[in-house]
Ligand binder design. Structure first.
Ligand SMILES: [Fe+2]
Ligand SMILES: [Fe+2]
Length: 370
């Protein structure tokens, strides 16, 4: 059937609403249906039992006032604090700003952050689906299928929260876009795991945890508690699967993985800015940068590091468990040691602590007891 030209979408519209990526990994069927990876079986059973429902478990009738949301979030965003600090710098573009403008910036920063969560969740859904298709073990295929569903629900709830409570979403940050694209394209199945389950999921645990602790808004709080319950399992999935796979790789292959981790932690730091925030606030970022830098200098360092600490406290022990700190005469141990990241080496690793995140199971137990 051919459609008349008028019914076809305009090419620009297509380009703006979808993105095409070619995946170079091979699809793998497994004919071995034995359930011989016990920890993955346990994790899969847990994932099935702890599924939640985005329509019935969250109260979407909750009234959310964006201004109040920002004012009652203890640590809305470093962006706002930096802009506040920049207000008094001579020649600052924020000199005339009052509470109204800072609150507005806070709302934009909150929207931008939640938008990155939403896009990141879609990326996670794509990568989980890729793992279903490329991992050679049946237990891992089953588990990754539950994760694909989890990530669909996460994408959906962040999109719904943004659109129904806060307004326009922001585009994906170029840094996140590039990171996820690389994982979808890679021809090695374990790199999708390493990049998503170990690095990006650890980032997500830290970022969602930080927002959960800082906000008072009940719908967002419950949404984040439930998303976090799932994310902790996802990191565990990566640790359990890759631990087995990396036992059998050569030194040269392990070096590639160590370099991948170094590249994504040491060399790519601080590239997650979202320039559109400033456009929406009518601030010329190039002109504002000197004042923002100067403002940032005066701020308490802990504002920047809380999130980084949460991230490394997950990433470093998980990496140690995979044997990637010590392979090749401690190549990554040396690099991370120089960057001061080894203080987290013996923090709880997520292969074991995912049960403590299970807010869904806890809420159900409490409802049954009551
Ligand atoms: Fe997720
Ligand atoms: Fe996840």
């Amino acid at each position: 059937m051919t459609l008349p030209d008028d019914d076809l979408p305009d090419q620009d519209e297509v380009d703006a609403s979808i993105k095409l990526i070619t995946d170079n990994a091979q699809r793998v069927f497994s004919w071995n249906y034995d359930r011989d990876r016990e920890q993955l079986v346990t994790l899969y059973n847990k994932a099935m039992a702890s599924q939640w429902d985005s329509v019935n478990d969250l109260d979407w009738s909750t009234d959310v006032d964006p201004e109040r949301l920002v004012q009652t979030s203890a640590q809305v965003n470093v962006t706002v604090e930096v802009a506040r600090a920049a207000k008094n710098v001579p020649g600052s573009p924020f000199a005339n700003w009052g509470e109204k403008e800072f609150t507005e910036l806070g709302i934009e920063a909150m929207k931008a952050t939640l938008s990155q969560f939403m896009h990141g969740e879609q990326g996670a859904m794509m990568v989980a689906a890729k793992i279903v298709e490329t991992v050679p073990w049946i237990d891992a295929k089953y588990y990754a299928s539950t994760q694909t569903m989890d990530e669909a629900r996460h994408t959906e709830v962040f999109a719904k929260y943004l659109h129904s409570k806060l307004g326009d979403a922001y585009p994906m940050s170029p840094y996140l876009d590039q990171q996820i694209q690389a994982l979808v394209e890679d021809d090695r199945w374990d790199i999708a795991y390493l990049g998503m389950q170990i690095i990006i999921e650890s980032l997500a645990l830290a970022a969602f945890g930080q927002m959960l602790r800082s906000t008072q808004e009940p719908l967002l709080k419950k949404l984040l508690r439930y998303v976090l319950s799932d994310e902790a399992r996802h990191v565990a999935f990566g640790v359990l699967s890759l631990g087995e796979f990396y036992e059998n790789l050569s030194d040269a292959e392990l070096m590639d993985r160590q370099e991948f981790l170094a590249e994504n932690t040491l060399r790519n730091r601080n590239r997650s800015t979202i320039p559109e925030i400033w456009e929406r606030m009518n601030v010329d970022l190039d002109k504002a940068l000197p004042a923002l830098h100067e403002g940032a200098q005066t701020l308490d360092k802990s504002l920047f590091t809380t999130f980084q600490r949460g991230f490394y406290a997950k990433l470093v022990p998980n990496t140690r468990r995979l044997g990637l700190l010590d392979a090749n005469n401690g190549h990554l141990r040396t690099l991370w040691g120089e960057a001061g990241l080894l203080e987290w080496e013996f923090a709880d690793d997520t292969a074991t602590d995912y049960e403590t995140y299970d807010a869904v199971a806890r809420d159900r137990a409490a409802a049954n007891a009551g």
